[in-house]
Design a protein around this ligand. Structure first.
Ligand code: UDP
Ligand code: MG
Length: 312
């Protein structure tokens, strides 16, 4: 059996169409499927739409988060519910073309455990977003050693990989990173990102920024070592400056020197702030993990059978 996992947030106009397309493509493959849809606390009528879809489609299993916990949490929820021998994760907006699924499945049958769909280009996107994404992946590559440039959340994972990922106790996840970190036999397929079918991207700049910080901190502790590194640099600088100041003093050349003082104060001050901030981010993460609150709360669930039982 194949599990298709779709996180949705405010997709009332799109979700029915997406599910239909996924069903159509997979029915040609002669495979059992379940379509796990996680409503990430949508504020529109997505949940009503999902209830209707579940009532009419045996494959659809819909769960609803008690609030918006974010796409990462929704993906993790989907993975932990999936019963299939392989799971496919994809977006609800058809920017991850379902037409690619047959190819991914056939690669899986050839023996690959992870099939990643990689973007040929990033589609129509604001140039600022494109720039930040490319910068983000470059830094992440340097820090963590994983090159995720143009990676997407459109992936097929074998059951054993899914089990490994859903057993991980960490709360703040970065799915793209985790699925690279686990290893296994992997391959890639390429796709062009079509335009979003309805509405705008559900990711705000703030959400993207949080995801980026989360990704850095979960795959690298090098930023913490920057602090030491900058400290050492400044130590060397201050020894040189110290000697120079002493010589000036001894030779009687010493003048005001306010500029140096002010500059030093500013530079050291900002370095201290940045360093403390970095440490703060990691401590906040540790704190979040230690609290061990659940990653998400599921408030409602609906399937074809549950709705049948309610009726009878
Ligand atoms: N999504 C979600 N929770 C959120 C934001 C987005 O589950 O808080 C879902 C959304 O419904 C879609 C997928 O994540 O299925 C990707 O979102 P979107 O297409 O808005 O992002 P983009 O394509 O711009 O990366
Ligand atoms: Mg999208």
């Amino acid at each position: 059996m194949l599990s298709v996992i779709i996180p949705v947030y405010n997709e009332e106009k799109q979700i029915a169409n997406t599910i239909q397309q996924v069903k159509n493509t997979i029915s040609a493959l002669d495979q059992d499927i379940e379509i796990i849809v996680i409503d990430d606390g949508s504020k529109d009528k997505t949940w009503d739409e999902l209830k209707k879809l579940a009532a009419n489609n045996k494959e659809v299993i819909a769960s609803r988060f008690s609030r918006n916990f974010g796409k990462e949490a929704a993906l993790m929820a989907g993975l932990s519910m999936a019963k299939g021998d392989a799971c496919i994760t994809m977006d609800a907006d058809l920017q991850h073309p379902p037409q690619l699924i047959p190819k991914m499945v056939s690669l899986w049958k050839e023996g690959f455990d992870v099939v990643e769909a990689v973007k040929n280009d990033r589609g129509k996107e604001k140039s600022s977003n494109r720039l930040f994404a490319s910068l983000f992946y470059k830094i992440l590559h340097r820090l963590s050693g994983y090159n995720l440039q143009n990676a997407s959340d459109f992936k097929l994972l074998d059951k054993k990989v899914v089990d490994q990922i859903s057993q991980m106790p960490e709360k703040e996840t970065f799915y793209r990173g985790l699925s690279a970190w686990v290893g296994y036999k992997r391959t890639q397929v390429y796709f062009n990102v079509p335009e979003r079918k309805t509405g705008k991207s559900r990711w705000s700049t703030l959400k993207l920024f949080r995801l980026a910080i989360g990704a850095f901190t979960s795959f690298s502790s090098i930023p913490l070592q920057f602090v030491t590194f900058i400290g050492i640099l400044f130590l060397i600088g201050s020894v040189i400056l110290g000697i120079q100041t002493l010589i000036m003093k001894l030779k009687g050349w010493a003048i005001g020197g306010f500029t140096t003082v002010i500059l030093l104060l500013l530079i050291i001050g900002s370095c201290l702030m940045i360093s403390l901030g970095m440490i703060g981010i990691y401590i906040a993460r540790i704190y979040n993990e230690v609290k061990s609150r659940p990653r998400y709360i599921i408030s409602e669930q609906t399937t074809y059978h549950s709705q049948q039982n309610q009726r009878s």
